[in-house]
Design a protein around this ligand. Structure first.
Ligand SMILES: [Zn+2]
Length: 198
């Protein structure tokens, strides 16, 4: 082979055919896929989220995808969800992105979600059939959080729970008030019955 450069020089190169007949081998495709995955996972232009490629379905081994739905209660009128792409057949449910961020921050011991810290520390999150989120940290830790579609997750340690409930105080207070009023109603009705019996 002879290369003719624009500056007038030429270079001779003996052409050795290394091209296999099956150029697009599985290996090549895998490499291409791997590259795309890394590209999507690390792009910082805002097209991809820190959760892109990092949420895996334990049920069907797929990677969760982001959906956007209109919502009146959400900021900007849009709510983002992460779902298993085979959701029709899959037993997992969608995860609200805002809740996922709260849970992630809590698991990492942060007051607020930090996308860069997440990418640095967490390899991926796996989702079990009953919506338990396992955070696979690069350092080997694997805390598990139950994702509740109605309410926020359960405590991990006393300290984390405290941090979490502090940040959620408004909501917890509302729930506590509700629980308290239920209990009062029950006590009153029990008193009512016991006084009637006398
Ligand atoms: Zn699935």
């Amino acid at each position: 082979m002879e290369f003719h450069f624009y500056d007038g020089t030429t270079a001779l190169q003996e052409w050795v055919s290394t091209a296999k007949k099956d150029c697009w081998t599985d290996e090549h495709k895998d490499r291409q896929r791997e590259w795309m995955k890394n590209y999507m996972a690390n792009a910082s232009d805002g097209r991809f989220s820190e959760f892109t490629t990092r949420i895996r379905c334990e049920h069907c081994a797929s990677t969760f995808r982001r959906n956007t739905q209109p919502s009146k209660s959400a900021n900007g009128g849009k709510m983002h969800y992460w779902r298993c792409p085979t959701s029709g057949d899959c037993v997992t449910t969608g995860i609200r992105e805002d809740r996922l961020k709260d849970i992630t921050a809590s698991v990492m011991g942060l007051a607020e979600h930090d996308a860069d810290a997440f990418k640095e520390q967490v390899e991926y999150i796996s989702v079990s059939d009953d919506m338990k989120l396992s955070f696979h940290f690069f350092d080997g830790r694997e805390p598990v959080v139950q994702y509740n579609t109605k309410r926020q997750g359960t405590p991990w340690t006393e300290e984390r729970h405290k941090k979490f409930s502090d940040s959620m105080q408004g909501k917890y207070t509302e729930e506590r008030r509700e629980a308290m009023s239920q209990r009062m109603k029950q006590i009153r009705s029990e008193k009512h019955w016991s006084s009637k019996r006398k």
